[in-house]
Design a protein around this ligand. Structure first.
Ligand code: URA
Length: 222
């Protein structure tokens, strides 16, 4: 276990009852996440993308994580495997996670748009808008301490007026209107997208530097 990451493990209490309660909570998180997937399918979200994609890529990782990463949309590898960030950008992300002593089982990762756009084109505004309520519901279930947006497509929904070149690496606590109409405060950390930074020396260095600050930022959040 990494010393800076507070994981929501069961309390140090070996009473059988406590563990049964904990397991029920875990089950209900997965059940609620499965329900979000069913709702996307039942509500026929982005039928054109659904038609050309192989898989609906919901997300992966620890449903009890303190950090949720949000990318743009699945690419070819992600569409084939049904998992987010399994190609080149994902390998770079894994390296950056390792550099702060984390791995994919410590975090949860998803995308704003959950079907691959044809030929990896940018997701359209309507596509992002259509998936936004389902992303909110995922975040409401996982309840991370910090939401890391990767690239401008996921950033712009949380920080609509921000320019990534100006705000990257700076955490912001913002009010977010939840899908049930209530408002909550979430900490958003905008970072460059690993795919954009992968082959751009300057951006790569910036992203690596910003990443190093994640444990400290996390430790300051109550
Ligand atoms: N890029 C993304 O934004 N998401 C993925 O899942 C893979 C690459």
């Amino acid at each position: 276990m990494h010393h800076l990451i507070v994981r929501k493990h069961p309390p140090g209490n070996s009473r059988v009852g406590a563990h049964i309660l904990y397991n029920r909570n875990m089950d209900s998180k997965q059940t609620r996440l499965d329900q979000i997937k069913s709702d996307i399918l039942d509500n026929n979200i982005c039928p054109d993308l659904a038609e050309t994609a192989t898989n609906l890529v919901m997300g992966d990782g620890n449903t009890d994580a303190d950090i949720v990463f949000i990318g743009e949309a699945p690419g070819k590898n992600e569409d084939e495997q049904g998992l987010p960030f399994v190609g080149a950008a994902g390998r770079f992300l894994n390296e950056m996670l390792a550099s702060i002593d984390l791995d994919r089982q410590d975090i949860f990762i998803t995308n704003i748009v959950k079907y691959r756009p044809p030929n990896n084109r940018d997701p359209l505004p309507d596509e992002k808008k259509a998936f936004w309520p389902y992303l909110l519901r995922q975040l409401e279930v996982i309840e991370p301490k910090i939401i890391v947006t990767l690239g401008r497509h996921s950033m712009e929904y949380f920080l609509p007026d921000a320019k990534i070149s100006l705000v990257h690496g700076q955490p912001k606590r913002i009010p977010v209107k939840l899908h049930d109409g209530t408002t909550t405060n979430w900490v958003i950390l905008p970072l460059y997208h690993p795919a954009a930074a992968l082959y751009n020396g300057g951006m790569r260095e910036t992203l690596l530097d910003d990443f190093q600050r994640v444990p400290e930022i996390l430790s300051k959040i109550a």
